[in-house]
Design a protein around this ligand. Structure first.
Ligand code: GLA
Length: 399
């Protein structure tokens, strides 16, 4: 990927890149639709990633020229007077993060000594090539990988000194403003902070995280792309967020994180039916992550797998964000020998499932999943073996 990014850059811009940055995609193992409710989540960074090759130059007024190899498109945008565009072009994620880096508030986020630098450094002109082996719209956070890779590059170029959480906030807020997707903190924080061999337990209320050793080789994770795409900007994700806010306010709570399972049970009669189902998913899912962490720490994989499957059922029946294809893939996986648990992962309405499987059986299980899924739905699928990987990193600097 690194060589491929360098090659694309040279091909597009006729000179060698100075910088190369990699950011992984992520897969959430348990805890979906709880990050924007202040809940707990357990994602990992994965080996599939987005890599940027870039070079700054003195062209004035400053602008970004960018080539996306996956889209095979080239674009150019000015760094002067950045603002969100109604048409939301594919490079909006980049413009949004650049805008934050140029705003005065970036220094309130910085950990570097900024006393002498009241104004943000202006971003110079940059040429850049993007390569990626992350499927787009599959729920593996290709957009957050792009934002965090770009933010990591700007942070290094301008010596801003942002911590992972601060970079994650910049990326999340840019995605809200520029891409119109009201996502939570999970994806950018996982991508910025993950470490090989570990899950990232994020407390989305305090926005803190803890690295949790994952596995030791007894289990593997299979991600199955159902091939069905969804767009989080289509309003359904936002609607779920709204329903959660309404449920919290009906329960007199600041967020659903503050509601316990018994409290919710007591309030069942007075809550609207739909809001009750949404709240029940969130409250129980947070509890599952809490219990799941203990099971992971004690390597009780079968029990952890059962929680994953319960999580899927809840996302399907209570939160209603699954799809017939995701349900089919989960049912198929759950019926196979050597699979401990399986669930949809991420925002839902399409995209991927994640299954926890016995080490050594992954290949056989993957083949069975593809064959049975095709038989049942008539659709092709793509199965990826994923292992917890390192987060966003600069792979090459100038000089
Ligand atoms: C999307 C969002 C995340 C999170 C998940 C659901 O991936 O980007 O912030 O809300 O959906 O868990």
């Amino acid at each position: 990927m690194l060589e491929w990014a360098r090659h694309c850059f040279l091909d597009q811009f006729g000179v060698s890149a100075d910088w190369v940055v990699r950011a992984p995609g992520r897969v959430n193992i348990i805890g979906d639709h709880v990050d924007y409710n202040g809940g707990l989540v357990l994602p990992i960074g994965i080996g599939y990633s987005t890599v940027l090759a870039a070079k700054a130059n003195a062209a004035y007024p400053p602008r970004v020229r960018v080539y996306s190899e996956p889209l095979d498109r080239r674009a150019e945008f000015s760094l002067v007077d950045l603002h969100p565009s109604e048409t939301r072009p594919w490079w909006s994620y980049l413009a949004g993060v650049a805008d934050s880096f140029q705003s005065r508030s970036i220094h309130s986020l910085s950990t570097a000594d900024t006393a002498s630098r009241r104004r943000p450094e202006p971003i110079p002109s940059i040429d850049m090539a993007i390569v990626s082996d992350l499927p787009v719209g599959a729920g593996l956070s290709s957009s957050a990988a792009l934002s965090v890779a770009w933010g990591t590059l700007l942070d290094a170029l301008l010596a801003t000194g942002l911590s992972s959480i601060k970079l994650a906030r910049v990326c999340r807020d840019s995605e809200h403003r520029y891409a119109g997707v009201p996502c939570g903190i999970m994806d950018p924080l996982c991508i910025a902070a993950c470490v090989a061999g570990h899950g990232v337990l994020i407390d989305c209320a305090s926005e803190t995280h803890e690295l949790v050793p994952w596995g030791d080789g007894e289990v593997e994770l299979l991600v199955a792309d159902t091939g069905v795409r969804r767009a989080l900007g289509d309003g359904r994700y936002e609607m779920r967020r709204r329903e959660c806010r309404q449920a919290a306010s009906a329960l007199n709570a600041a967020s659903l994180r503050d509601v316990s399972p018994p409290q919710l049970a007591d309030a069942e009669e007075m809550l609207d039916r739909v809001l009750f189902r949404r709240a029940k998913h969130v409250v129980e899912e947070i509890d599952r992550v809490r219990r799941g962490m203990e099971l992971v720490r004690n390597k009780r994989w079968r029990d952890f797998g059962s929680l994953m499957t319960l999580s899927h059922e809840s996302l399907r029946d209570l939160f209603e964000v699954s799809s017939p294809e995701l349900d089919a893939m989960v049912e198929i996986s759950a019926s196979l020998d050597g699979v401990f648990g399986s669930r949809m992962t991420g925002g839902g309405f399409g995209g991927c499932t994640v299954s926890l499987v016995e080490a050594g059986s992954a290949e056989l299980i993957a083949n069975q999943m593809v064959a049975e899924y095709r038989q049942r739905t008539g659709l092709p699928s793509h199965i990826m073996l994923v292992r917890p990987s390192d987060g966003a990193r600069i792979l090459q600097r100038p000089g």
